[in-house]
Structure formats: C-alpha cells, structure tokens
Design a protein. Structure first.
Length: 473
C-alpha cells in the first residue's frame, strides 16, 4: 500500500471513532439462547400427537400388559397429520414413539412390545418411518419417549437405563433430523414396586451424539422446560432463565410455580414449553370433543403471549388419522389468529424514543419487519420510554412486545399509557416480564398515541418489536 493511501485509511478510522459513528453493540446479559433454542422459540406453536395401544384400548395409561394385537390402525395416513398441522399453522410435530406402556411404534430390536409383534401391516409396519417420510421437506419432527416403561422387565434395575438408551438411539439415528426430543419425567413403579433411577446424564448425552441440534424438553431442560401444568398456561411473569443445577426431571424438579415463572437471573436458558391437549385426554377417545376456538385462543395468549412455546396435542384416532372435527378446529384456530393479527397499527406510525448512540439502535426498529434490528439504551440504563403516534386517532385493544432475546431476557417491569381524545395520558396496562413475546390484551381504546415505559430491567432494555392491533376490527 502506498504511504498516502495508508494515511487516508488511518484518518478515516480516527474520524469515525472520534465523532459521529455509533456505540458498540450492547453486551449479552446472563444466560442466552443457542441458535437452536432461538429457532425453536420462533416456531411459537407446534403439535404433539399421542398414538399407540391406548388409542385402541380407550385408556390414558396402558399398563404394558396389553396385547400387541390391539394396535391395528385401519387407515394410517401420516401425510394427513402433516396436512392438518400445516393447515393449523403449527410449525412442528412431536410423536409419542413410546408412552408409559412401553409399546414401540417402530420395530425396536430392544423390545418385544412393538409394531413388529402386532398384526398391523403383517408385523412389517413402522409408524416412525411413515411419519418421518411424511414430514420430510414439509414440517419439522420430534419424538416423545417415556423413560417410565411399564412393560420392560428390567425397569427398576441399573440395566434398564441401557435398554432405554438403546431405544432412544434407534429413534434418533434412524429417522433423519429431529428438532425436539421430549422426555416425560414420569417415574412410576415397575415390577414388584421397583422404582428406576434414571440416568439423565446418559440420556442427554445420547441425544447430543445423535441429534446435536435437537432441543431437549424435560422438566428442567437442558433445551426447554415443562411449564409446570398441562393447561397450556405460562406465568404472568415468565423468565426463560432458571437455576437447574442440582435438579432432575420428575421428583427432583423445582417447584411447579418456579417452572411456570422461571427465575430472574437464572443461570440456564431453559424457556418454557406449554403442553396442552385439544381434547380432555392426550389419547383419542371417541366420546371426547375438541376445545372451542375461544379456548384455544385463550391458551395461545397465555402461552405464546407470555413467553412460552405452545404445544398443542392432537390425538390420532383408530384409523391412524386426525379426526375431522379436530382438523376443522385447527383451521378455525389459525384463521382466528390471522384475523386478530392481520393489521399492525404501529406500522407506518411515528415511533420516537431515546436511544443509545447511533441510528442503528433507534426506536423505529420496534416497528420494522426485521427480527435482528432492535431499540437499545445506554449500557447503564434500566428504564426506557417509546411513544407511537398517529396523525389521527385509532382504536386498539392489543399490544405485542418482544425483547431481543439473543442478547438475553432483561425487562422485569413495564407499563403502557394511551393518549385519549381529551389529550391526556391514561394508564392502560402493566406487566412484569416480556421475553421473546408478550401479548398484552387491554380494554378497547381510541388514542392518537401509545407510550411504552420500561420501568425496571436486569440490564439495559433491548426490544425489537412493538405491534398494536384491534382484535374486534
Ligand atoms: C404426561 C403423561 O403422563 C401423559 O400421559 C402425557 O403423555 C403428557 C404429555 O405427559 O406426563
């Protein structure tokens, strides 16, 4: 390089650093999601399917003594499951490869309680194969495996952990990529009342070896955690962080309210997954009916709207398909979500707010369509304020907020005010955590401005979205 060119280059660097320019990116705070956890959270809603001998014996928990011959779907069509999930706007499907009865939906070499011992497809069938072929290129798939096995005679002895890991390995290495591995924490009694001490360390290691990108669900993660109830309800306060050291799934799990709320400053990033069934039971029972759209919307607001992933179980019937009424309900559920969130009133409005030095951190990032642009404050801030203004008053009753979680979850208190027709500010709502997503339902108001105030935060607040809707439009 010529001497003059070097000088000009250096001068430019000095100039940029000295005046103008922008503040460096804020540092991440505390535990943060991995790329896989972030992609998982962005799915927002996914589906679970319970299917197995219980589907045919009409119970919720098989005892492992059921004859394999009961497993006899008359018209299995896994492509239909995928069609239904996609029509419902759900982004993945987790299938019960093995429930508490121990029956394997694939011809496992480590069990004599499997599809291979059933008359279905002359003992040559493999539900996991048909399921994974149906998902390929269309939707993400995952598996539920219950370590509690009421069939395996070794349950309750050390050797059972090895048996379980062998079946786990078959499932995770034989059917292509898996986005989520679902471990039920149930730990019931085996033969003679024996209890199993699960080797979670070994189970998690096995998942990591076969499916390094899979997010592992259990009461305490490591990928994501149980929300602490089976109603699809996260806490009003819901941190994606939790102190899991010293805890195990099942009896060793943290108290239920800790699972529902997470913990501020928790050392691990283990976001909540809110599992719930579209019907009263997890398995198909002819006399049960799916929940109404209103009930599903309530669950959606209480899970996705409170920083959790919604996992909606839709049972497979005796034909091996999703019943027409459930499928219709899912289409209606999707249509209702699309209706409510069709028109973001914050788009095109004027958004102002103090921000960290540099246009790249401005408040307008709250209303653009990019996930990775955000509104940030100086490093020492723990509060923030943004105002959205319209030239003419608008009516709304819902506000959606998102924190930029790749840099951690921070906000612990916020409130919203609106400026009414009297020109005065009025309190509209208040809340604690935001996290990946917070949906705030409010009274219906007419306003020419909305103000978001972050009142407290564990570290300087960083938000990437503020949207405003009128759900009664
Ligand atoms: C629970 C199980 O006992 C239920 O049968 C169901 O599978 C649910 C998703 O998890 O722990």
């Amino acid at each position: 390089m010529k001497k003059e060119a070097l000088f000009v280059g250096l001068a430019t660097v000095v100039m940029l650093a000295g005046c103008g320019g922008e503040a460096p990116e804020p540092e991440p705070y505390g535990a943060v999601p991995t790329a896989d956890q972030l992609a998982w959270m962005q799915m927002e809603t996914n589906m679970m399917c319970h299917f197995g001998p219980n589907t045919f014996t009409d119970v919720e928990w098989g005892d492992g003594a059921e004859s394999e011959s009961v497993f006899m779907p008359t018209d299995l069509d896994c492509r239909q499951w995928v069609d239904v999930a996609l029509a419902g706007g759900l982004k993945g499907i987790v299938l019960t490869a093995k429930h508490h009865d121990g029956f394997c939906l694939w011809p496992s070499l480590f069990s004599r309680h499997t599809v291979a011992q059933s008359p279905w497809r002359d003992g040559k069938g493999d539900v996991l194969r048909e399921f994974s072929d149906a998902c390929e290129g269309r939707i993400k798939k995952g598996f539920y495996l219950s370590p509690w096995d009421r069939h395996d005679p070794s349950y309750g002895t050390d050797s059972y952990n090895e048996v379980f890991v062998n079946t786990l390995r078959e499932v995770l290495s034989g059917y292509g990529s898996v986005y989520e591995q679902w471990f039920d924490g149930a730990n019931g009694e085996g033969p003679d009342g024996r209890k199993q001490t699960y080797d979670w360390e070994l189970f998690n290691r096995t998942v990591k070896e076969s499916q390094p990108h899979a997010v592992v669900f259990s009461d305490v993660g490591p990928g994501c955690r149980w929300v602490g109830n089976e109603e699809g309800r996260a806490g009003e306060t819901c941190w994606s962080t939790l102190n899991v050291a010293g805890h195990t799934p099942g009896a060793g799990a943290p108290a239920l309210d800790k699972l529902t709320q997470g913990e501020a400053h928790g050392a691990a990033w283990v976001p909540a997954e809110a599992d719930v069934s579209i019907r009263p039971g997890w398995f198909y029972h002819e006399n049960e009916q799916p929940k109404s759209v209103d009930e599903l919307m309530e669950i959606y607001y209480n899970s996705v709207g409170r920083n959790a992933l919604m996992m909606l179980n839709v049972p497979i019937d005796r034909r091996g398909r999703i019943a027409a009424e459930d499928s219709l309900r899912l289409v209606e559920f999707r249509a209702e979500r699309e209706r409510v969130f069709a028109h973001d009133l914050a788009k095109g409005a004027i958004v102002k707010g103090k921000h960290r030095k540099g246009d790249v951190y401005a408040a307008k990032n709250l209303t653009d369509s990019s996930y990775h642009s955000y509104w940030a404050q100086d490093d020492d801030a723990s509060t923030a304020e943004a105002v959205v203004e319209w030239p003419q008053a608008v009516r709304f009753d819902m506000v959606v907020l998102q924190e930029y979680i790749p840099l951690g979850q921070r906000v612990s208190g916020f409130h919203l005010d609106y400026r009414g027709q009297d020109g005065q500010w009025h309190m509209l709502a208040e809340g604690t955590t935001i996290g990946y997503k917070r949906i705030v339902r409010t009274e219906s108001v007419e306003a020419d401005a909305l103000r978001l105030s972050v009142d407290s935060a564990l570290a300087t607040p960083i938000l990437n979205r503020l949207s405003i809707y009128n759900s009664h439009e």
